[in-house]
Design a protein around this ligand. Structure first.
Ligand SMILES: [Zn+2]
Ligand SMILES: [Zn+2]
Length: 217
């Protein structure tokens, strides 16, 4: 387990869990039953449109629906850990829509499954003393690994705690001015921005240099 993992006090859990890219472990101390859930915010329409053009993870910086965050407020996909691989062994169980948890046709389990029943209860009782909740050492808002000890109790990294959502964009030098210029696309990961930069460089012959820069949304 990640050493930046931390117990979330009652009063802080819903905020963490609905940050956008949270991973939580819940425990019923009476039974010892534990589940690890990943709760990811749905993408804004601008992201879905750009993904259909092969721009993975890109949002429009000037999108009026999400203001460049790429997020659809209030709608989350919920998955449960089903295997030993902390990164990849998650099964989709349902949607959390403005606080209401529901199964959908893509849910891997029905409503009798212990993990589904547990999450349905958790989503109505975030701050209850009848359960324990841990974050797993990643920022609840951006999902990146926590790196400073100050973040352990809240589960939120310093950039996100200050209200800025860390995003990435590509800038290029494409003329004799030597000026770095960017377009209106922002990416939720450095990797996605780099993939876009490589692609742009290969297709746009005027580009002399390109770089990825961080932007606080
Ligand atoms: Zn948008
Ligand atoms: Zn963060």
């Amino acid at each position: 387990m990640n050493e930046m993992r931390g117990l979330l006090a009652s009063g802080t859990r819903e905020k963490y869990a609905l940050g956008g890219h949270a991973t939580i472990t819940t425990e019923n101390p009476a039974t010892g039953n534990r589940f690890t859930f990943k709760i990811d915010v749905a993408s804004c329409e601008c992201v879905q449109k750009l993904e259909s053009w092969g721009r993975k993870g890109a949002a429009k910086k000037d999108c009026t629906l999400c203001n460049g965050s790429g997020r659809k407020t209030g709608l989350y996909f919920v998955k449960v850990l089903v295997g030993p691989d902390n990164q990849n062994s998650y099964a989709y169980i349902g949607l959390l829509d403005k606080g209401a948890f529901m199964l959908t046709k893509n849910s891997k389990f029905d409503d009798a499954a212990p993990s589904v029943r547990a999450f349905a209860w958790v989503a109505k009782h975030w701050e209850s003393d009848e359960m324990n909740v841990w974050h797993e050492g990643s920022c609840g808002i951006c999902g990146r690994k926590l790196t400073v000890p100050e973040s352990i109790s809240s589960g939120i990294g310093p950039v996100c705690a200050a209200g800025g959502l860390l995003m990435f964009k590509v800038e290029v030098i494409a003329d004799n001015s030597g000026q770095w210029v960017g377009n209106s696309l922002t990416f939720d990961s450095r990797e996605a921005a780099e993939a876009y930069g490589v692609d742009l460089f290969s297709r746009w012959t005027a580009v002399r240099e390109w770089r990825v820069v961080e932007v606080a949304q």
